[in-house]
Design a protein around this ligand. Sequence first.
Ligand SMILES: Cc1ncc(C[n+]2csc(CCOP(=O)(O)OP(=O)(O)O)c2C)c(N)n1
Ligand SMILES: [Mg+2]
Length: 377
Amino acid sequence: MPKTATRQKTETNKNSTNGAAARTVSNTKNNSGVTDKVNRKEAQTENVSRKKHQTDSIKQIEPELLREMLYQMVLGRYFEQKCAEVYRIGKIGGFCHLYIGQEAVGIGTMMALREDDLVITAYRDHVQAMVKGISPEEVMAELYGKAGGIVGGKGGSMHMFDATRGFYGGHGIVGGQIGVGTGMAYATKYQGTDKVTLCFFGEAAVNQGMFHESLNMAALWKLPVIYICENNQYGMGTSQNRAMSISSVAKKADAYGIANEFVDGMDVLAVREATERAIERARKESLPTLLEIRCYRFMGHSMSDPGKYRTSDEIKKYQERDPIVLFRSSLTDAKIISDKDYAEIETRAKDAVEKALKFADESPLPDEKELFTDVYA
Ligand SMILES: Cc1ncc(C[n+]2csc(CCOP(=O)(O)OP(=O)(O)O)c2C)c(N)n1
Ligand SMILES: [Mg+2]
């Protein structure tokens, strides 16, 4: 993990496992006893309830799917750890934003989708691309700028894209994809399908006009879109409380008459359940939803971020409630996996990442003539 300077001293408590706030809250329902503010004492209580929640939820889901969800989370983690490693030795160039710590959001939401549903996201896109079916080889080769990459090595880290699998990027302009995602949902409705669109963005994008214009339109035109705000509490080096006048992102949807929930992004099953409710609303009633999923990125904003705006204490307290550790522990207690099964999951994930690295290394650079293909202006 990157070293972080200690500009501000935060509270410390060895026994605490601080982290994201309450499990799942509907802002339109009873909020009593639940807070969207991080507080160490409450966090301890929440951690116990989070474990209890997972233990109850596990009974409702096929064991095979639970194991696959854990595998995808572990794969995402190893993939991103390797990205950091090879970035440092110069194999990946340009911008590179990692997803470490946020895996429960991408996996919990996307693994509730149907294969023909659509997804669009921002630049922190490697893991989402893989969950949508783009192979680790194609993603890694894209990061390497090689011809075998999913867009031929011409997009790089921020621009994974494969329309055939319903993955519409990978976008570098903060908030820009919210308008495109809204348009995608409009198109699926216009075409008479019952497809659902998941549109991811960070909390810093919520201050953009695009967010508000899109939500207004989605409500007015009853679009089957699920807006997913991955609230990792920072937009580059700026904490949310220094940039947003009202901290609840979910409540902003009330202004447009859109259903909304505040969700604990450290609990992959809470994320899945909230997404299932939103999918039902979108598919059956053609109505939008906004999910604010509270999470935390364990790494810097990008590979070039020295991370001087967060204390190492703050990072540690979230790492203590790592969503993968929690999910593994819940599945072990429920006897869905054994330690041997987990070791196999790790081996499978590591092998997949090694295979991706080999493929990226061996893939040729794009041909020079590629400079003139896909150029529209
Ligand atoms: C329109 C626009 N303004 C500014 C930037 C520079 N920028 C890149 S990432 C970023 C922070 C975005 O944070 P957030 O939306 O919370 O997503 P996160 O990185 O936390 O996943 C900013 C300001 C940009 N890419 N686009
Ligand atoms: Mg953010």
